[in-house]
Design a protein around this ligand. Sequence first.
Ligand SMILES: [Zn+2]
Length: 371
Amino acid sequence: MKVERTSLSGVSIITPEVHTDDRGSFRESWQRSRYGDAGLPTEWWQDNVSISRRGVLRGLHFQHPNPQGKLVTVLRGEILDVAVDVRAGSPDFGRFVTATLSGENGRQLWVPEGFAHGFQVLSEEAIVHYKVTRPYDPAADRSETFDAPVSCVLLRHRQGNVLFDTGCHPAVAENPEARWGKLVRVMTPVMPQGVHVVNGLKAIGVATDDIDVVVCSHLHPDHCGCNAFFKRATFVIHEKEIAAARAPGAEMSGYLAQEWDLQVKIDAIGGERDLFGDNRIVLVPMPGHTPGTTGALVALERSGMFFLASDTVSVRATIDTGIMPRNTWNADALKKSLAEVDRIEKSGARIICGHDAAQWDTLRKGPDVYD
Ligand SMILES: [Zn+2]
C-alpha cells in the first residue's frame, strides 16, 4: 500500500493494493500491523457506512471533547473529502486538505483526532465506509462550529469615514442569551468584555460620531450588533436584506430586529453602488449567504485592491473547496456570487473573508493600517 503525507501534519492519504482478476477485485481496507506502522490507530471503536446521493454535503463534523479519528474509504462512487485542522493553538488552525476518494481509485483519507471532517458527493451515489476511534457523542458534536473572529473594517475616505460592519453588541460578552436568545445555540459568541468596535475605534482616536457611513454586509447580529452606537451615520443596506430581516419568522433565519431596525438613516441599495463616485469603495451585491449580502471592493493608493467579502466567503475553504456552508440561504445564488468573487480575485484584489481565523492572523489591525 502507498501512504502519502499531506500538507497538514498527521493527515495522510492511503492507497491500498488492489488485486483484480476476472471475478472482480480484492483489497484490504485496514490491517493492524501495516496501518499501525503508517501511524494509524490499531484500536477502533466502530465502523460506519453512509450512502448519499449526488451533491450531498456531509459535515463538517467534529467532536470536542472526545474527538474522533476517522479512516474514510469510498466503496462505490466518488467524493471530495475534506479535513480541516481545528485544534486550538495549532499553527495550522483553519487549514485544510482535500482528496478525491472513489471506489475506483481506492484511496483512503486518515483524519486524526482534532480535525473536522466533511465530504461532498461527486457521483450519482456514494457509499462511504469509515472507521472511527471513539463513540459518537451527540453532546460533543460541533458540526460546523469554529472559533471565528468577527471583524469590522474602517475605510477612511476624503469624503467621509466608512465602517464596513459593526460586529457583535458589547452585551454579548456578558450574557449572550439575553441579547441573542435561542440563536446562541447555533452561534455561541465568545467575546472578551470590552472587545468591540466602539472601543476598537476609540483606541485609534475615532469616535462613534466620526463615522459617516456604515455599510452592513448583511444583518446577522455578528455583523450589525453595534449599529446603535453610530448615531450620525447613514446605514447602507441592500433592500433585499432589509426585506428578509423584516419578513415574518426572520428570527428563525438569524435576524434580530433590535440589532439593526433602529431610528437611523437607512440608504437602501438595489444593486452595485459606488459610494463616493470615484471607484474607491464600490459595494457589490453577493446574494447567497443571505438574500442581500453585499461585499465592498476597495481600492487603496498603495496597498491595492481588496474585496471585503463578509460571509459570502466566511472562510477561505469556501472558495478553495467550493463546498457550500450549511448556513447558506440559497446555494445556487452563492455559487454565482463565489464565481464573481473568483473573478474579482483573478483581477488582482485580495479577498478578505468574513470569519477566517487563519487569515485574520495575517491581517493588519488596529493602528496598523493598509494605505
Ligand atoms: Zn452571517
